[in-house]
Every structure is written in C-alpha cells, then in structure tokens.
Design a protein around this ligand. Structure first.
Ligand code: PMP
Length: 361
C-alpha cells in the first residue's frame, strides 16, 4: 500500500518521516521497554518529551520568554469557550471579527458568557474577503478582539497581523500556525487545534501573554481554568500523551527542514501553483476569494456544477489524490496545503486539474 497525495483539511497529512519514526519507536520508546502510549505522564521520560516539544515550539515561533505555552485537550473549540471564561468578566463586551465559519463558531462558544459584539463581518460577501480595518467597530470596553487568522472552510487568510493599538488581539491559528513567520508579540494570545500543522487531533496549543493570564475571568471549574493548566505544566489531568509526543516529532522535523521561514517559502510556492492553475483555467475552476485574502493553506474552488465536481473527485481519487471534497457548508472542492503536503503532491494535483479541464471544457 503506497501513501496517496493527501489534501485533507484536518485531520491532515503528517510528514512521512515522522510517521516512520513513530512506527519505529512504537513498541519500545528509547529502551523504556514500553510504548510512549504506555508510559506515565508523571515519569521522567514523558516529562522530558513534553518539555522538549514546548522548547521546540517556542524556538520555531520565536515565542517571547514571558509568554506562556499550554498544551490542552478539547481542541480549538474548547479553547474558544475558555476565552470568555478566563479573560472576560461576566457579561463584559468582547469583539469578534467574522471572516468565515470558524469565527461564527467562536462566537457561539463565547455567547453564553459575555456580550459578544461583531466588530465587522464579511458574511454579506459570502466570506470572500476580510473587511477593511477602517470598517471595524471596536468597543472601548471589550475584553479582547478575536480573529480567525485562516478560515479553513472559506479559504480566507490574513496576509499580515492587523495593526491595532491597545487591543488584546486573540487569533485562532488552527489552520495556519507554523506555516509562516509571525511576530508573536503582536498577539495577546494565539491558539490552534493540532490536527493540521502540528500533529494528530486530540491536543491543542495556546500561547498567551502574561497580562491576559492575569485577568480574573469568571467563576469556572479548575479544568476550565487556563491558569490552573499552566500551574501544572499542562498536566492538570492526564494529557493526550501520544498526540503530544507526535507533535514534538513534527516540531523536530520542521526544525530539521529549516524552520518556519523555510516552510513559508515552500508553502507560498505551493499555493501560487494551485491558484495559477485556477486563474489560468478560463473560468473552468473558480475561487471566490479576493486575491489579497486568499488562504495559502486551504484552497477552495468550484466547477460549473455538482455533476462535474463529483466526477472531478472520483477521477482525482483514482489518480491517488484524496481529501479534496469541500466542506459541507460550502460544497465544491478544497485542497488543503499544510506543511506536510509536499510540492510533488501539489504538482500532481495541478497536472490532474489541467488535464481534467482540457478533457471536460
Ligand atoms: N478553528 C479553525 C480555524 C478550524 O479549522 C477548526 C477545525 N477545523 C476549529 C477551529 C475547531 O477545531 P477543533 O475541532 O480542534 O475543536
């Protein structure tokens, strides 16, 4: 069985070298006589694995020393619910920018706990752009502003960090973290579910400025208290040890590949290649996003009708190209080009698309 070209949006492709290493180490991790899955999270072996993963993540993103890093279960969605509970007073205003589906989901998670205000929304345009900064209505009394750095379903991404004064900026980077260089110090918090650029599902990461952490928040159980997780080195309860270990292997692998700057250049080429096939197809393939806001990680596109799209997916699969079905919210096709998706895979997809269009146009 050979591995196919996998464009899944998440859980997504992992680097083959990482999977091979995990396979080699699966039964006996570094002479422990047990799998990493079978070791106590309180033992030295796992504590070292966890600490090294954090160190590597900090190095990859040049996280300033005073920022906290937390690894947690519950995915990005749980963190979305923890934001108001930890960083806003009950009923306090919080601002959310809507540039796609996941921003809407973040709002749903916050709504029970505070006064959610929509700073700006691109819903009217079918989420095909990011509203101009001049149109954002920010509340003076808001606890924070939440943005979705990359909208995984709509394929809309911030090209740069928005320039804002005196705003605690919180960014959901679930589908863009580690794909390009960022200046962490411009964010109060960054968070991400792992299953795109970090590792398998089951773990999420948050990077948090101390001032945000010092907020009183609202009454909450200890398990919902981010500060409590930090106090226990992200081991307040049993952590998802295998996912954490694999995340660590992915971080090491990325470092070996030259870090985030190196992968950023590759990611840019991959996205350019695919968008150029779409743009050069004389309308056979259509992407609806304003070019300046196009995602480098998730490329959604549409063909003339459902029949053609179904045929495209079927033929793609028989050519070894999988994970291309668009999200049910928007339909169509979506190619996710996360760090582990190679340029060779993207070229295989590009060639298939050119060939398919020639045959069907
Ligand atoms: N935010 C974004 C941008 C996502 O892409 C996703 C998952 N696809 C989520 C949040 C939700 O993540 P999780 O399933 O880890 O809760």
């Amino acid at each position: 069985m050979s591995r196919l070209h996998n464009f899944s949006a998440g859980p997504a492709a992992l680097p083959e070298a990482v999977l091979r290493q995990a396979q080699e180490e699966l039964l006996d991790w570094h002479g422990q006589g047990a799998s990493v899955m079978e070791l106590s999270h309180r033992g030295k072996a796992f504590i070292d694995i966890a600490a090294e993963a954090e160190r590597d993540l900090r190095a990859l993103l040049a996280v300033p020393d005073d920022y906290a890093v937390v690894f947690m279960q519950g995915g990005a969605t749980l963190i979305q619910a923890l934001l108001p509970l930890n960083f806003a007073a009950p009923g306090q205003a919080v601002d959310y920018l809507l540039t796609g589906h996941w921003g809407e989901k973040a709002v749903e998670q916050a709504q029970p706990y505070c006064d959610v205000r929509i700073a700006a929304s691109a819903k009217g345009s079918g989420y095909s752009e990011i509203p101009a900064l001049s149109q954002w209505r920010l509340s003076d009394d808001a606890a924070y502003l939440h943005i979705t750095d990359n909208e995984t379903i709509h394929g809309v991404e911030f090209a740069d960090t928005p320039v804002l004064d005196n705003v605690a900026l919180i960014a959901d980077m679930s589908s863009s973290i580690l794909s390009r260089r960022i200046d962490v110090s411009r964010y109060a918090m960054i968070y991400a579910g792992a299953q795109k650029n970090i590792g398998p599902s089951g773990i999420a990461v948050a990077i948090i400025h101390p001032q945000l952490l010092a907020r009183a928040g609202q009454a909450r159980a200890p398990i919902l208290n981010i500060g409590a997780h930090l106090k226990h080195d992200s081991m307040l309860n049993t952590p998802p040890t295998f996912a954490w270990y694999l995340a660590g292997l992915v971080f090491k692998h990325l470092k070996q590949r030259g870090g985030v700057a190196a992968i950023e250049a590759i990611n840019r080429r991959k996205a350019q290649r695919l968008y150029s096939v779409i743009d050069d197809s004389a309308g056979f393939y259509r992407n609806r996003v304003v070019p300046a806001c196009r995602s480098r990680m998730n490329v959604p596109f549409f063909l003339a009708n459902d029949v053609l799209e179904t045929d495209f997916l079927k033929q793609a699969a028989s050519n070894g190209l999988i994970g291309l079905k668009g999200h049910r919210v928007v339909g169509g096709i979506r190619a996710s080009l996360y760090n582990a998706v190679t340029e060779a895979s993207v070229e295989a997809l590009a060639q298939f698309m050119i060939d398919f269009a020639q045959r069907k146009a």
